[in-house]
Design a protein around this ligand. Structure first.
Ligand code: OSB
Ligand code: MG
Length: 398
């Protein structure tokens, strides 16, 4: 394993990627399993992409190495290619046809070498993220060191915010904001779309003037169509991804007109694209999500880049269960993650989490970074296996 730099060294060099690449924890994947299971959403999650499907088909990967150590990873993908190009079907096929066949029965010096085996493949980010994550869980367990220590995290607790979907009425929205603030969430993010933007943001600002508030446009606007001046007056923490993901020049032109920082989500689709986006000043904040980026390594590379450039980052979410959130919490413990994470507990979206115990928010608005080696939260195999509508194992492949 790489020698442990001190916190100060980390801040100077932002060398977390080197640290992760240097983790030596030999792994030979003896068996891979993939599960597709329905997760019923407790409520419709409405954004500029429209209403979420009532059931999300989650894809979960389990790798077992030759010594019997197992690690789980999650591909929190959506049904339709709206947020990104991947779908549940494309992710399933990428896992069982492309990625797992080149990983199983080969020996790797650690998670970085394992992830290197698919480095030349374009896209397939959710699939890559699930497999790389599972390899990190195995490495962590093999070394007996939690991910937070393995990755050079500096925080034991992560301050969290909540992302609120588009509501039926302003009254419903204000009731939910009041509830989430009471639960401890320290920042509220409102999903916005044309027709639901200035009025909800102004109403929340008026009712909770001290509350850090942001909005997320999910690509729903164009440079000339948004209520930019009105939103800019509200002293929002950020405006997340108002324009289409590939509209980097337009994002930059919009950022030039606004005091409020723009935050890259869909635009930060890879390390290189994020580098380009920052170079053209398409935003001043980056939302880092491992599934969108294709894993932990690209996420940490962007973290390092942003630290060097003094660009604040935060950990976003993709409605993960506790499997994916376990990795997100460890990632959010890195020093560059200075803004509230989207990390609501699974109970807000789902009847039951896939991990036990799951996590909760404390009254002061933080979630504890898992200190357990392996998956941050223990995965309940039964809860993955029982409802699975599709299952693949490497042994039966052929
Ligand atoms: O744009 O940040 C987003 C959920 C699904 C897809 C995209 C986004 C979101 C969220 C929810 O905002 C964040 C969470 O997982 O808590
Ligand atoms: Mg977003």
């Amino acid at each position: 394993m790489a020698t442990s730099p001190t916190v100060d060294d980390d801040r100077l060099t932002s060398g977390h990627l080197d640290r992760l690449r240097g983790v030596e924890a030999p792994v030979r994947v003896k068996r891979a399993e993939v599960f597709m299971l329905p997760l019923s959403l407790r409520r419709t999650f409405r954004s500029a992409y429209g209403a979420s499907a009532p059931v999300k088909r989650a894809i979960v990967v389990r790798l077992e190495d030759a010594d019997g150590i197992a690690g789980w990873g999650e591909a929190p993908v959506f049904e339709r290619p709206l947020f990104g190009v991947d779908t549940a079907e494309s992710t399933w096929s990428a896992l069982v046809d492309l990625i797992l066949p080149i990983v199983v029965d080969r020996s790797f010096s650690g998670p970085a070498e394992l992830a290197g085996s698919w480095a030349s493949f374009l896209g397939q980010h959710y699939a890559k993220c699930a497999v790389e994550s599972a390899a990190w869980a195995i490495a962590s367990e093999r070394l007996g060191v939690p991910l937070v220590s393995l990755w050079g995290g500096v925080r034991e607790r992560v301050p969290v915010g909540e992302s609120l979907p588009i509501h039926e009425t302003l009254d419903h929205l204000l009731d939910e904001v009041a509830l989430r603030v009471k639960e401890g969430f320290g920042r509220i993010k409102l999903k916005i779309a044309p027709g639901w933007d200035v009025s909800p943001a102004s109403a929340v600002k008026a009712a909770f003037p001290q509350l850090p508030l942001s909005v997320d446009g999910n690509c729903g606007y164009s440079l000339d169509s948004g209520p930019w001046h009105e939103l800019d007056e509200l002293e929002l923490v950020m405006i997340e991804q108002p324009l289409p993901g590939d509209a980097l020049v337009e994002m930059s032109m919009l950022q030039e007109r606004l005091r409020t920082p723009l935050c890259l989500d869909e635009s930060a689709s890879s390390y290189n694209v994020t580098h380009t986006a920052l170079h053209v000043k398409a935003g001043r904040i980056v939302n880092i999500k491992p599934p969108r980026l294709g894993g932990i390594l690209p996420s940490v590379a962007i973290h390092d880049l942003c630290m060097q450039r003094e660009i604040p980052v935060w950990c976003g979410g993709m409605l993960e269960t506790g499997i994916g959130r376990g990795f997100n919490l460890a990632l959010a413990s890195l020093p560059g993650f200075t803004l509230h994470a989207d990390m609501s507990p699974a109970r807000i979206f789902y009847a039951e989490d896939l991990v036990e115990p799951t996590f909760e928010i404390s009254s002061d608005g933080c979630i504890e970074v898992p200190t357990r080696a392996g998956n941050g939260f223990p995965v309940v195999r039964e809860r993955v296996e029982r409802p699975a509508m599709r299952r693949w194992t490497s042994e039966s492949a052929g």
